[in-house]
Design a protein. Structure first.
Length: 290
């Protein structure tokens, strides 16, 4: 059987490079001041989708992401790895959205896309660590969900079988389609870019990106329709303005603090069995472990 899969992906600020300009005065992330990367667990989710595409001929994988214009890079990254297309939700009205407003906008876009069998996304994004968007999207769409997935083991006409990695063990569950699945970082890493796909999709652009190009590539985009990336705003997905962006976000940042960890004391030990045994004894004795 062939599947229609939607992968929810997010471009996130690289939290390894957070500086003093990382936050704005209103408590939102200053994304322009930080390097942007593909959210790591969304890459794990993409790999699950691409693996299913290999197992089920005729399956299509499309990415859906919300963000500023540069978030189109996420779609291209997906295309380079084997996805079939993608949609960028971008509009000034979407800015400053919390998980509730984000999930609402994504659900509106998914309804516009129409039929689907499977929605896959990462468990959480590294810029928020809430793990709320996936479950909220499922709730708004009125479909089942499986969280903490590590592997999609099988899919047939009426059910899906998924292995979940939980804090204290593993379980295997089954559910009916359509369904939303959130994927752990313990799932297989995403495959690398494919050189042929990079050459094929390197000029893929959204409408806004094409307008900002200094060279006229009209003939290129007319002759190769797969290079035209879909770009939707609030009106395109029939979203209500009061439910998107800051106006639709009940979560407010009260205070921001920069926390710097400083080591007050340290212990250097040799790799000998004796020193390791002494260290373990001390850690157990002071209840650091055990």
């Amino acid at each position: 059987m062939s599947l229609k899969i939607i992968v929810l992906a997010k471009q996130v600020p690289d939290t390894r490079n957070v500086g003093k300009d990382a936050m704005k005065a209103d408590g939102t992330v200053n994304r322009a001041a930080l390097p942007a990367i593909f959210n790591p667990e969304d890459l794990n989710a993409l790999e699950q989708a691409l693996a299913l595409k290999e197992k089920h001929p005729g399956t299509t994988v499309h990415l859906l992401t919300m963000g500023p214009g540069r978030a189109a890079d996420i779609i291209r990254e997906g295309l380079y790895r084997g996805a079939d297309g993608g949609i960028l939700l971008t509009d000034r009205a979407f800015a400053g959205a919390d998980t509730l407003a984000t999930s609402y906008a994504l659900a509106c876009a998914i309804r516009k896309l129409g039929e689907y069998d499977l929605i896959i996304c990462g468990r959480q994004a590294i810029d928020g660590d809430t793990a709320q968007v996936g479950p909220q999207v499922a709730e708004k769409l009125g479909i089942s969900q499986i969280t903490y997935a590590e592997e999609v083991q099988s899919v047939d006409a009426d059910k899906i079988r998924v292995k979940r990695r939980l804090e204290r063990g593993v379980e295997v569950v089954e559910a009916k389609l359509p369904i939303l699945i959130t994927v752990n970082g313990t799932a297989p890493e995403c495959r690398p870019r494919n050189a042929k796909l990079i050459q094929k999709y390197k000029y893929a652009k959204t409408v806004t990106e094409k307008q900002n190009m200094n060279v006229d590539y009209t003939d290129l985009f007319d002759n190769r329709p797969y290079l035209n990336l879909i770009e939707w705003g609030v009106a395109d997905v029939n979203a209500e303005l009061e439910q998107v962006g800051l106006s639709g976000s009940p979560t407010k940042v009260k205070k921001i603090e920069n926390v710097v960890f400083q080591a007050k004391e340290s212990l250097v030990i040799s790799p000998s069995d004796r020193d390791i045994d002494i260290l373990m004894y001390d850690l157990i004795a002071n209840h650091t472990i055990g």
